[in-house]
Design a binder for this molecule. Structure first.
Ligand code: IMP
Ligand code: MG
Length: 178
């Protein structure tokens, strides 16, 4: 039986402020052509981040694509087997890509996705994650942009799920096994 922590780990307000900072920093440092958003967990983050980019002629020309990656199934522990769909049909040749995911955990998902994007001919790939759990890393992978580093906790809300529940909560909460 899982229950939410009594208080949010990150409030909607704190997330909103940090996403604004990320959007501004990326706009200044990286002149990307296309956002690739990793469904399902990053759908809320992606929507907020896109609206935090500096507006102007360049931003009107950028594209956004969605791929699906899943490795968790109905568990809080990764199954280790990564399923990716929607990547093959993307035309990434010579494009500068901003890859947006929800959480960097073992690092396996992001490492695999960056490799796939490069192998499809992208000129450059940078990654942006909302949350990073550095203590969980199993492979060498760091995100170029990160919202918050967190401890080894299972978190839900703001798009993040446990077994496809809790995604609609505006804050990020810790899920406790009780
Ligand atoms: P990795 O391949 O182990 O880095 O796993 C990354 C993916 O696992 C993320 O994109 C999330 O979908 C999922 N994940 C990892 N930790 C959590 C968590 O605390 N809550 C919800 N999903 C998580
Ligand atoms: Mg995910």
């Amino acid at each position: 039986m899982y229950t939410l922590s009594p208080m949010p780990l990150k409030t909607a307000e704190a997330i909103g402020a940090r996403v604004q900072e990320l959007g501004q920093a990326i706009s200044v440092e990286y002149d990307f052509d296309m956002v690739i958003s990793v469904l399902t967990g990053s759908f809320v983050f992606t929507a907020d981040l896109c609206r935090a980019f500096a507006q102007g002629e360049k931003n009107t020309q950028r594209e956004i694509r969605f791929i699906k990656a899943s490795s968790y199934g109905n568990s809080t522990v990764s199954s280790g087997e990564l399923k990716v769909s929607g990547m093959e049909s993307l035309d990434l040749k010579e494009k500068k890509i901003l890859l947006v995911d929800d959480i960097l955990d073992t690092g396996r998902t992001l490492l695999a996705l960056v490799g796939m994007i490069k192998s499809q001919g992208a000129a450059e790939v940078r990654s942006c994650v909302l949350l990073d759990k550095p203590s969980r890393r199993q492979v060498h992978m760091e995100a170029d942009y990160c919202g918050f580093e967190i401890d080894d906790l299972f978190v839900v809300g703001y798009g993040l799920d446990y077994s496809d529940k809790y995604r609609l909560l505006p804050d990020i909460w810790t899920l406790k096994n009780s």
